[in-house]
Design a protein around this ligand. Structure first.
Ligand SMILES: Nc1ncnc2c1ncn2[C@@H]1O[C@H](COP(=O)(O)OP(=O)(O)OP(=O)(O)O)[C@@H](O)[C@H]1O
Ligand code: SF4
Ligand SMILES: [Mg+2]
Length: 364
């Protein structure tokens, strides 16, 4: 049994404009000590998916299961959830200032967090532990810096302090939601390196949310690619990078600057993410998919194994043999599309091919 088993999680928000279907039946596992990267464009549901695990989606209608260490988190009362948050599952956000209080000293906040969950720890012990943790995450002169306020820390140091706070209760799982997006590239690399090292030392499992496949390459064991509130593809990191099956995953790889997947060119994915109130029919990716076929306009594909290991799964009508970045895989895709496309799908493909971003990356 995995540490976390999420099954058919659905989250909707009723709004004046209609129901926002933010998460539409997502399932995934996180094993102890492993890292899963959740990747997808802005608005694909990454934050809602993970916040729901902690009961933090106010106003959302939630269904499904999220069994963490034997307990289903969905439907737990606020009191029970408070015991899980921090102590069992810690969260690191993109902007540490949303979690660090500006008017309290950094060290005091870490110490309070420890004491709030364990009253038997004395103030002195908690303060010592705060210094120790700040040292552990690479804050220089932690015995002095522990007395600083958050604004006296640089962005990178604040993120280190957040990581110290997340680790303070030795949680089994850390959810890191775009923890390095606001930082410059050098600091980003340092923070990822730190997270990786601490995760190995503490044996913590991690969910790393990012829109950056480079972050996934650095840190994840497995990857869940999200599109419009659903899992488009799930695989080991290796398979995501070398044997992508879903055209959206392939598109993400091709939009990495100078990626080999795009032959050294930058190829952004054409079009915009769909409205989650009025989703496209069939496969939600079809208005942007270079491989769109007739079936894609009417039938929504479910996540299906595309490799013998059974773990690598993709929600796409292309055959399992159409995985990867090789010329043979592309041939296989072209053949399938040739057989599966008539007027309606051809029109969509033509519009995609004519979009300024496409530049011939599309089979028209
Ligand atoms: N409380 C809410 N009420 C209505 N819609 C919401 C609410 N919270 C989130 N949403 C919508 O749910 C969708 C998914 O949002 P979410 O924040 O999970 O995206 P994300 O993948 O984390 O994006 P980003 O990369 O920008 O952080 C978005 O369309 C968002 O507008
Ligand atoms: S080929 Fe069809 S099912 Fe697959 S991603 Fe494209 S539109 Fe969706
Ligand atoms: Mg988010």
């Amino acid at each position: 049994m995995s540490l976390l088993e999420v099954r058919d999680l659905r989250v909707s928000f009723p709004t004046a404009d209609g129901v926002v279907r933010a998460v539409r039946g997502v399932s995934f596992d996180v094993d102890a000590g492993r890292t899963i990267g959740i990747v997808g464009e802005s608005g694909s549901g990454k934050t809602v998916l993970t916040q729901t695990l902690l009961g933090l989606t106010a106003g959302g209608q939630v269904s499904g299961q999220a069994v963490f260490d034997g307990t289903d988190l969905i439907g737990l009362g606020e009191e029970q959830l408070r015991r899980v948050r921090g102590a069992q599952i810690a969260v690191i956000f993109q902007d540490p200032l949303t979690s660090l209080h500006p008017l309290y000293k950094v060290g005091w906040q870490i110490a309070e967090m420890i004491r709030a969950h364990d009253k038997s720890v004395s103030k002195k012990q908690a303060a010592q532990r705060a210094v120790e943790l700040l040292g552990r995450v690479g804050i220089p002169q932690p015995a002095q810096r522990v007395k600083d306020y958050p604004h006296q820390f640089s962005g990178g140091m604040r993120q280190r302090a957040m990581i110290a706070m997340a680790l303070s209760l030795e949680p089994k799982l850390i959810i890191a939601d775009e923890p390095t997006t606001a930082l410059d590239a050098t600091v980003q690399a340092q923070i990822l390196d730190l997270l990786l090292r601490l995760q190995q030392d503490f044996g913590t499992a991690m969910i790393m949310i990012t829109h950056d496949l480079g972050v996934v390459a650095d840190i994840a064991d497995d990857v869940l690619v999200m599109y419009a509130g659903r899992a488009a593809e799930v695989a080991s990191k290796r398979d995501i990078f070398y044997k992508p099956h879903h055209p959206y995953t392939k598109g993400l790889l091709e939009s990495i600057p100078n990626s080999s997947a795009a032959g050294g060119r930058l190829r952004p994915i054409t079009g915009q993410p769909p409205s989650l109130i009025n989703l496209p029919s069939g496969c939600a990716f079809h208005p942007r998919c270079a491989y769109v076929m007739d079936k894609c306009l009417t039938d929504e594909p479910s996540l299906t194994p595309v490799a013998q290991d059974g773990f690598h799964r993709s929600a796409c009508w292309l055959p399992a043999s159409a995985a990867g970045l090789s010329a043979e895989a592309e041939d296989q895709r072209r053949r399938t599309v040739g057989e599966g496309r008539s007027v309606a799908a051809a029109k969509i493909a033509e519009a995609i091919a004519k979009s300024p971003e496409a530049e011939g990356s599309v089979i028209a």
